[in-house]
Design a protein around this ligand. Sequence first.
Ligand SMILES: Nc1ncnc2c1ncn2[C@@H]1O[C@H](COP(=O)(O)OP(=O)(O)OP(=O)(O)O)[C@@H](O)[C@H]1O
Length: 251
Amino acid sequence: MSEAAVSLTNVSVTVHQQNQSKTILQNMNLTIAPQDFITVLGTNGAGKSTLFNAIAGNLSASGTITFAGKNVTALNAIQRAKYISRVFQDPKMGTAGRMSVAENLVLAQHRGERRTLRGRRLEAQRDQLKEETAQFGNGLDQLLDSPTETLSGGQRQSLSLLMAVQKDPALLLLDEHTAALDPHTSAQLMALTDKIIKERKLTALMITHRMDDALQYGNRLIVLDNGRLRADYNAAEKKNLKREDLLEFFD
Ligand SMILES: Nc1ncnc2c1ncn2[C@@H]1O[C@H](COP(=O)(O)OP(=O)(O)OP(=O)(O)O)[C@@H](O)[C@H]1O
């Protein structure tokens, strides 16, 4: 068996508030194989974002986390950032609003490097940027020079996704990235997300409240409840899984 892309062993997160401690992620054990696309379901407050924060190093966790066999438990969020890209629910989170679409994309291609953005590099890549953005079919390719704050939510989320995958991250975290979009735009972005993950052979986790998306996409589905892993369906099990089978987790 190939080495796990990511593994969590006995990972727990405890937060302290008003002299009380609360464990919001409990003894999580999860082995993510390379190219797994795992959809993550759970009620509000189940611990889904906490799981992402523990993996990304935004919340301190006990237990052990490895990326491609390397123990990263002691690394902070900045040190883990070279392995991870995350797309959030809020279209404003992933892009620099005053900068143009093209500038945002070129910056994403050089994320983590010391060099600054150069106009010449941007011009040299214009054709490629046009081609990459055209695949969304939402007019983004016509807006390469527009500030991203003028884009629609759907255009901005598709740009955030494209930026997140520019450097082929070892792990892509999708944190309800379609939740703020209308059903049609959400469906478009989901189809494209799936295409990009497959084409780039990415390993991804996707939190969603849209049960149909959780069932339709990915090769594995997990359910969190009250900070614990309640269910973990592999590819074969997921194929036969129905909405009704999942309802017991949401009563
Ligand atoms: N930094 C924190 N400090 C204190 N409590 C926190 C912190 N982060 C999360 N929590 C609490 O932990 C629980 C799990 O939160 P989390 O955001 O992970 O849930 P979620 O499954 O992502 O929910 P939602 O679907 O609403 O986004 C909640 O009760 C939340 O209030």
